[in-house]
Structure formats: C-alpha cells, structure tokens
Design a protein around this ligand. Structure first.
Ligand code: CMP
Length: 139
C-alpha cells in the first residue's frame, strides 16, 4: 500500500554536503520526497524525538550529535515506504550495512550514520506529526 515514512539526513551528512546524493538514492528507490526542510534541531526536539532511548547510555551523545549541525527532515511516500527506506538506509551500524546502502556508503559510525528512518508506520505517523504541519506535506 502507499505509505509514508519519516526520514532525517543527519548532521554528519549535511556537513559533507551529501543531501543531494542521499535524496537521489531515496528517489531512485521509488520514494517521493513530499515534504522537506533543513533545520537545526533544538535540544528539546532531539530529546523528545529520541525519547524512547532516554535510558540508553548513548542518549546524551546522541542528543549532542543531532543538535551539532543542520539536519534535513523529510516525509517520504511510496509503496511500502517504511521498509523500502530502511532497505535503502541499511543497518544502523554502517559496519553491518549492505553494500550500496546510504549508511554503508556515507556512515562514519553507529552514531554518525547519516540517516534516520521510522521503524514502523505507527512511529512514522508520530514522527511526521512532530516535525511537520499538515499543510507542509504535499503528496
Ligand atoms: P536512529 O535510527 O536515528 O535511531 C537512534 C540512533 O541512536 C541510531 O540511529 C544511532 O545513530 C544512534 N546510536 C548511537 N549509539 C548507538 C548504539 N550503541 N546502538 C544503537 N544506536 C545507537
């Protein structure tokens, strides 16, 4: 079914001017970028967005990293968009990611792994609503 997912191009990737290359990979996979904006995440936004990880040892570093530079937040639409985006991104740890994936090509570490994608349609809806108003999404 036609589905939507939420994506972030992370600070390590914007720093290296990789936004266009990553967008081309998403589009080549059949995903349509139906909303997109470049923002500097606030500490509060990062803490809330990654709230499920707040007890994890890596949480403070994750928040610091995600607020360290610009990110590009996106809504992607396509057939099975959640899974498709996860396939294009590859495994969370770039060392374990398949060849040809965003994280394998561009990721620097498990933290600076260039991209985030929702893990389920339910979380996608929550994540999209956190960063985008309805009128900003043009499907
Ligand atoms: P992301 O998909 O954005 O969701 C949570 C993020 O935590 C994850 O990608 C990783 O970039 C980051 N992270 C940092 N350290 C770890 C770790 N040890 N295990 C899993 N995720 C980590």
């Amino acid at each position: 079914a036609l589905e939507r997912t939420f994506s972030i191009i992370k600070p390590d990737a914007t720093r290296r001017n990789l936004t266009g290359k990553i967008n081309a990979m998403l589009e080549d996979a059949g995903l349509r970028i139906i909303a997109q904006k470049r923002i500097r995440m606030t500490q509060e936004q990062a803490e809330t967005f990654y709230g499920v990880h707040k007890e994890r040892a890596f949480f403070p570093d994750l928040v610091k990293f995600m607020t360290s530079g610009p990110v590009v937040v996106q809504v992607l639409e396509g057939e099975g968009a959640v899974l498709k985006n996860r396939e294009v991104m590859g495994a969370t740890n770039p060392a374990n990611a398949e060849d040809g994936t965003i994280r394998k090509l561009f990721g620097e570490s498990v933290e600076a792994n260039s991209a985030h994608g929702s893990d389920s349609p339910e979380n996608a809806a929550i994540e999209i609503a956190y960063f985008f108003a309805g009128a900003e999404i043009v499907g």
